[in-house]
Design a protein around this ligand. Structure first.
Ligand SMILES: C[S@@+](CC[C@H](N)C(=O)[O-])C[C@H]1O[C@@H](n2cnc3c(N)ncnc32)[C@H](O)[C@@H]1O
Length: 335
């Protein structure tokens, strides 16, 4: 069992979060921070639909030429087939499948930070709302750089031998603007009925923001977060996120010794952040190679299959003290 005398205890679990989350005691976790699959076919684990349209298999020649990391073609999605239109709904259903079990393990008032894709995040929000969470804010991770990959229309028409059209459409492109930000949604588990958020902070020690520890250029924190990877940090996962950014989110919403969960932890970037600032951590990933990478990065020795009885429930934690001050009120969880 994780106890307060081991405030840095970190657990890595190899498995599907759908089967692992139910092994964690109810209302035992303080905050969730996760870079979930975006449902944009970055890899096999990111294909979260049943659309068998052959245009979705393999990389397109253009993607290959550009050295795109996408293993499954995300385009063309033109809405011609009913299956294309089902994909967003399937992503929402997938989100709901783990959001319910995640809701159960979190304390009332807990924050949930979810990284998502710009074209799919709205369905993740709906899935999380259907599981009982509420939307608190939308943050933007402003990336240091982004590839601009829109196709020149005049070049395309020139290749087709359509010189007049090429001239008319000079300067126009097909595609997307440079993807300079990634959205992070900030959801929360509703706090006890009849109480205020301040009461919730006293009772469960979650729900507030440590603004003084998270100033941005000396000013109160805003919802645009500019973070880059440290030199040599990259290369552990195709969808890796900067430890400094994750550390910021964890520091904003937790105190030392509190417990953070990442149900899609990949190479353990959230865990590295927790290790660095003395938070306890549970990371889950279904891919053993990623779990091994996370173990190496976090200097964790063992891997778990389940966490039943290993993490104390909120009720048990009432008798544990992380800083000498123990919450006294009775436990109320939202049903
Ligand atoms: C976007 S990546 C996370 C990468 C992470 N941010 C990092 O810095 O390494 C999502 C991860 O979720 C894992 N995954 C997908 N479905 C899962 C499931 N049902 N249970 C547990 N892990 C899952 C994938 O193996 C993948 O490593």
């Amino acid at each position: 069992m994780i106890r307060d005398e081991k405030p840095n205890e970190c657990r890595l679990v190899h498995g599907d979060c759908l089967t692992v989350l139910p092994t964690i005691p109810e209302a035992s976790v303080d905050v969730a921070v996760s870079d979930i699959p975006y449902g944009i076919s970055l890899d096999e684990w990111d294909v979260l639909h049943n659309n068998t349209n052959s245009a979705l298999g393999g990389q397109s020649p253009a993607q290959k030429k550009l050295g795109s990391g996408f293993k499954r073609r995300g385009k063309p999605i033109n809405g011609w087939s009913k299956a294309d239109l089902e994909r967003p709904k399937e992503y929402q259903t997938w989100t709901e499948s783990w959001a319910g079990p995640l809701f159960r393990v979190l304390k009332p008032g807990s924050s949930v930070f979810i990284f998502g894709g710009r074209r799919t995040i709205h369905r993740a929000i709906m899935g999380l709302e259907n599981a009982g969470f509420l939307l608190r804010d939308m943050l933007a991770w402003e990336k240091p750089s982004a590839h601009f990959r829109a196709q020149s229309l005049s070049k395309l028409f020139t290749r087709r031998g359509m010189d007049t059209a090429a001239q008319e459409w000079e300067g126009w492109r097909l595609g997307n603007l440079a993807p300079l930000f990634e959205p992070i949604i900030w959801m929360f588990k509703p706090y006890t009925i009849g109480g205020t958020i301040a009461d919730n902070v006293l009772e469960y020690r979650v729900g507030a923001m440590n603004c003084d520890a998270c100033l941005q250029d000396g000013k109160m924190p805003g919802n645009i977060l500019k973070f880059d990877f440290a030199p040599g940090e990259r290369g552990h996962h195709d969808a890796q996120k900067p430890v400094a950014l994750l550390e910021y989110l964890v520091r904003l919403t937790t105190k030392e010794g509190q417990l953070v969960i990442d149900p899609f932890c990949g190479s353990g970037s959230t865990g590295v952040a927790c290790r660095q600032i003395g938070r306890r951590f549970i990371g889950i990933d279904q891919d053993m190679d990623h779990v091994e990478t996370a173990k190496r990065r976090m200097h964790v020795s063992g891997t778990h299959r389940s966490l039943r009885k290993e993490v104390p429930s909120a009720k048990q934690q009432l008798h544990m003290s992380f800083d000498g001050e123990s919450p006294k009120k009775k436990l109320h969880t939202r049903s």
